[in-house]
Design a protein around this ligand. Sequence first.
Ligand code: MN
Length: 193
Amino acid sequence: MFQLIDLPFKEDQLAPAISAETIALHHGKHLATYVSNLNNLLPGSGFEDKSLEEIVAAATGGIFNNAGQILNHNLYFTQLQAPSEGNHPTDELAKAIDEQFGSFAAFKEKFTAAAVTLFGSGWAWLASDDSGKLHILQMPNADNPITKGMKPLTTFDVWEHAYYVDYRNRRAEHVAAMWQLLNWDEINRRYRQ
Ligand code: MN
């Protein structure tokens, strides 16, 4: 049985970038529903003893969709912290971003475009491949870089439920605010792992 993760911040701590109301709904309703759906689908599926990563790599249909959404949201919520201006990557990942994208500003511009232009519901990802090369990916619905054999590093959720309460249809404003919330030490830890 999978459990709803605890948030590493208080519900109101991401405001004004993301409101307490959005976090309460996003974590307490949307993510909680994916957890309960997956737990209902697992018995008899052959995936009962697998990790979320193993399920996402191998499953299809409802099991893939719910496991993918749990994994994606776990990675999303655990990379966030209280807003701070001038937030930037650290250590090895900062170096890799500079080498491969030219600068953090150039990377931000490309990643922002991926998040803003993704059609419909899905996720923008920064992922690394086996050689350590970084990739910006637009992935629909519940998809995760694991399905391409890559390691997920950071992600922006651009399903409307992630921003509609606070920003209505203004996805670009939500995406711009997301940069204040990233915990780059956690993202760098994922990169080194
Ligand atoms: Mn979401």
